[in-house]
Design a protein around this ligand. Structure first.
Ligand code: ZN
Length: 202
């Protein structure tokens, strides 16, 4: 499956000078919402991901996603797996499970994102699931930004990956491109200013 082609065809592989949520700068940005705006594509991607997860034998009771980015992918994945879906959201910067969602003691929860870069947000949501007694059995994303080790790819996790290495991470493919600290960003040196994706109509 050519994930890059799917992103490019959907106009979801943006080129420019971006300020990422991690604070790093990048020439590229993946706008998964553009891929998922076609429910048929979303369904297809989620069912492929579900197949990988089922094949691995990991048992899942519930999919949980951090809002906002993970919701569409997580919901479709839950549908494909035939399980329940809940989400976590930031309330005053703290990842929280609310809206009456509950996790039972011992419930097997798969954490889903659209893209996992270092896994920061999804890990914060996972800790909330664990706080309620849930067991985080796997992580999943449409794409791995190449920092973490995923099932089916031999590349080791980079030191910046925050995901635990004893829990499997499933993704349909990898996107590897450079990110920079502001101090040594070549795009900044060229004189342009990084902007947050979404702040200029994209
Ligand atoms: Zn820059």
């Amino acid at each position: 499956m050519n994930l890059e082609k799917i992103y490019r065809d959907a106009g979801a592989y943006l080129e420019g000078h971006f300020l990422l949520s991690s604070g790093k700068h990048s020439q590229f940005y993946l706008q998964s919402a553009k891929v998922l705006e076609d429910p048929k594509v979303a369904e297809e991607l989620a069912s492929r991901l579900a197949e990988m997860i089922k094949k691995s034998g990991v048992q899942v009771d519930t999919v949980c996603a951090p809002a906002l980015g993970g919701i569409l992918a997580g919901y479709e994945l839950a549908r494909a797996l035939g399980v329940r879906f809940i989400f976590a959201e930031r309330v005053e910067k703290v990842m929280t499970i609310r809206r009456g969602f509950e996790v039972q003691k011992g419930e097997k929860v798969l954490m889903c994102e659209d893209i996992i870069t270092t896994g920061g947000s999804v890990l914060e949501a996972a800790s909330q699931v664990e706080k309620q007694g849930g067991e985080v059995v796997a992580f999943a994303a449409l794409a791995n930004r190449g920092f973490c080790k995923r099932v089916g790819n031999e590349n080791d996790a980079k030191p910046t990956c925050k995901l635990p290495n004893d829990v499997p991470f499933f993704a349909l493919g990898d996107f590897e491109f450079d990110v920079y600290d502001e101090e040594n960003c070549p795009l900044c040196v060229d004189g342009s200013k990084a902007f947050k994706p979404g702040s200029r109509g994209n």
